[in-house]
Design a protein around this ligand. Sequence first.
Ligand SMILES: [Zn+2]
Ligand SMILES: [Zn+2]
Length: 101
Amino acid sequence: MKSLWIAFSVATLISTGCGQNADKSAENTKVNQLTEQQQVQTKTPKYKCPECGYGSDTTGDCPKDKISLVKVGWYYCPECYMCYPAAGKCKMCGVELKKME
Ligand SMILES: [Zn+2]
Ligand SMILES: [Zn+2]
């Protein structure tokens, strides 16, 4: 508890002190961004729109593009948006499938 109080006092001294605190706050911003990124990663939707990237936790259609959402980790055809569980070529168009990430 005592060391925490010292750390707090030092932080106050730095933030009220000289121009060195610019670097310090930039570092803090970096840390915040990292934490936000990690939160986004854990919230990755299970299904995504191959056209606009709209994500959802349930299967269905994209409200904007009216096409079926593709399960993340599956493969889809960039031409007709048919989805497949494995890599390969679209049976309809013969186009190389893309992975939904
Ligand atoms: Zn969409
Ligand atoms: Zn296709």
